[in-house]
Design a protein around this ligand. Structure first.
Ligand SMILES: NC(=O)c1ccc[n+]([C@@H]2O[C@H](COP(=O)([O-])OP(=O)(O)OC[C@H]3O[C@@H](n4cnc5c(N)ncnc54)[C@H](O)[C@@H]3O)[C@@H](O)[C@H]2O)c1
Ligand SMILES: [Zn+2]
Length: 275
């Protein structure tokens, strides 16, 4: 295993090695987690001090049973989350992945994030295995509304619960809650991508939340290389061909440098992507 703990933003030996793996691979896939959105001001789950679940117990609020039995409590939490996520913008890490895709060096991004930031940055091949806050659905009649519609219904409801216009049942965000299955089609696509990748870049994930955390094993077992770019230990560190442990903004900048590519994309890229 090749560990580079340098905080410097210039390319080190590990960045050069990863750049070579990227250039030599026929198929490259990225698997991202909450760490990618931390530089956008969105707390992750597990970082000490700031992690979201240090303050609330997810099983208490973001569980499908709570949605069914106590929609007011569920939406008190999710309403705050919507408000916190609404104005957030993609950062250099999201944009670096767009650069790699546009250079033909990255086939797809699989993300556990629900914040829409990869899409806003302009990633084209995106698999959102935990869904996205983009929409809400009515589990009773199947109606779907946009995030903006759900937010205005939430604001208009006395109990703070956005309700279906057709049948008045509480709306549910199209994200995977605790106690729910992952969307089958997205998970199948993620498994296919990982099993056929020559290189999987695991970026900003503690690799502790299953079943997503076992995707790198599919790549490894099929003979592909796994690179892990995340601060702190992960259970899969032992199988990583390259392990980068610094701040992701620095690490991605150094990687692009080692590839001879510029940093990020012009800010109008998101507008060009139609977002
Ligand atoms: N932005 C979001 O959409 C968001 C936010 C919080 C949680 N989640 C949910 O978290 C769950 C899974 O956990 P996960 O593995 O994605 O997140 P996680 O919190 O378990 O792990 C995030 C990892 O990123 C690392 N990290 C944080 N900031 C970093 C930085 N600047 N540079 C380098 N590394 C950094 C942390 O040390 C940690 O290892 C998913 O279910 C996901 O839906 C999503
Ligand atoms: Zn309905």
């Amino acid at each position: 295993m090749d560990v580079d703990r340098s905080q410097a933003s210039g390319p080190g030996a590990s960045h050069v090695r990863l750049a070579k793996l990227l250039r030599g691979a026929g198929s490259v896939v990225a698997l991202t987690g909450a760490g990618v959105s931390v530089p956008s001001g969105i707390p992750d789950f597990r970082s000490p001090g700031t992690g979201l679940w240090e303050r609330v117990d997810p099983m208490e609020v973001a569980h499908i049973d709570v949605f069914h039995t106590e929609p007011e409590r569920f939406w008190h939490f999710y309403g705050e989350r919507f408000a916190a996520l609404e104005d957030k913008q993609p950062n250099e890490v999201h944009r670096a992945l767009v650069t790699l895709e546009r250079e033909g060096l990255l086939d797809a991004v699989i993300t556990q994030n629900i914040d829409m930031l990869h899409r806003k940055a302009g990633t084209r091949e995106l698999v959102e295995v935990h869904g996205s806050i983009d929409r809400c659905s009515c589990l009773a009649c199947g109606a779907r509304v946009t995030l903006a519609q759900a937010r205005s219904r939430l604001a208009a409801d006395e109990a703070g619960v956005p309700r279906c216009e057709r049948c008045a049942a509480p709306l549910k965000p199209d994200v995977v809650l605790f106690g729910e299955m992952l969307p089958a089609a997205a998970m199948e696509r993620a498994q296919e991508l990982c099993a056929s990748a020559d290189l999987l870049l695991c970026i900003g994930s503690s690799l502790e939340v299953h079943p997503v955390a076992s995707l790198p094993l599919l790549t490894h077992r099929a003979g592909g290389a796994v690179a892990i770019l995340t601060q702190g230990r992960t259970p899969l560190d032992g199988l990583a061909a390259v392990r980068l442990d610094g701040d992701l903004v620095d690490e991605m900048q150094a990687l692009l440098g080692a590839l001879g590519l510029g940093w990020g994309l012009p800010s109008e890229s998101a507008a060009q992507a139609g977002i």
